[in-house]
Design a protein around this ligand. Sequence first.
Ligand SMILES: *Cc1c(COP(=O)(O)O)cnc(C)c1O
Length: 354
Amino acid sequence: MVETLDIKITKVASSRLAQVDFNNIPFGKVYADHMFIADYRKGDWGHFRVVPYGHIQVSPATPALHYGQSIFEGLKAYKNDRNEALVFRPLDNWKRMNISADRLCMPYLPEDIFMEGMETLIRMDRNWIPTTLGSSLYIRPFMFSAEEYIGIRPSLDFTFMIINSPVGPYYSTPVRVKIETKYTRAIEGGTGFAKTGGNYAGSLYPAKLAQEQGYHQLIWTDGKEHKYVEESGTMNLMFVMDDVVVTPELGDTILRGITRDSVLALARQWGLKVEERKVTVKELVDGLKSGRVTEAFGAGTAATIAHIELIGYEGKNYFLPPVETRRFSNRVLEELDGIKHGTRPDTMGWIHTI
Ligand SMILES: *Cc1c(COP(=O)(O)O)cnc(C)c1O
């Protein structure tokens, strides 16, 4: 890639790398040495810089703090045995970030700022990518309004940043989920398809209630009738029903997951039948009772695939077949992990090598 951005680089005086125990990384608490920052002022992006990771100063009147004008992305880098960084589908995250930006009245972020910012950081902090199997460097690009103005209108000033966090292998024990029929994550006309902070803030309380009842997370249903299932926690939701891979169709209320898209692409490549359509709670519960639903899982960057152990609905728990018997989700997890780590061929062109 041709370097076009003028990025001013300030390196750390001494790296914190030696302080990190890569065999035991607490999720989301350790950050790589450097971070990338860009400012949007007077209608243009500029002041591109890499600086030591650390606290930032914002005005107490920053609208992001008061009104949640903020968006984010999440993607991962892995390392292969040639010390190359393999980033999974970064351009898709860049595209999605701009879909979110549009909905939140935030400025378009050009591709080179996203990509060169990320590439510069990865080159500088390459040694922060864990090599233990299943571990990776979680890349968190985000943008927030940064004006000093407490009035209600779209901001004029914004900040875009990227921070990176090494994360350990995600030992996904199968999750227990509850179908939520009171609270709503997203509604037609709302912001459900955007990766914005407010969607998460609003989902904490119902998720907490479910956890008090012994579930790990919720299956969200549509906000109008609570009749259709939509997502599982912060992941997209997928099933195998009668040997068909079924997932709720995209729309206003469903985040356009890159893992979701990758799972569907592989299923189609393998010649499986795939359906993106509305899935009713009734169909799901009936299918669990009759045994027609043989697999259920969440799909997202954090775990790739999170097998669902049981689904709670109206006080009853419906168990899925043992995880060992789930042919599709196990195969897709193995294939995606292989592609991400560079041990399986990347026939789809998903890997961006740095
Ligand atoms: C980020 C996210 C997902 C998963 O998207 P990926 O691109 O696969 O990581 C699913 N649902 C919600 C609500 C999300 O925020």
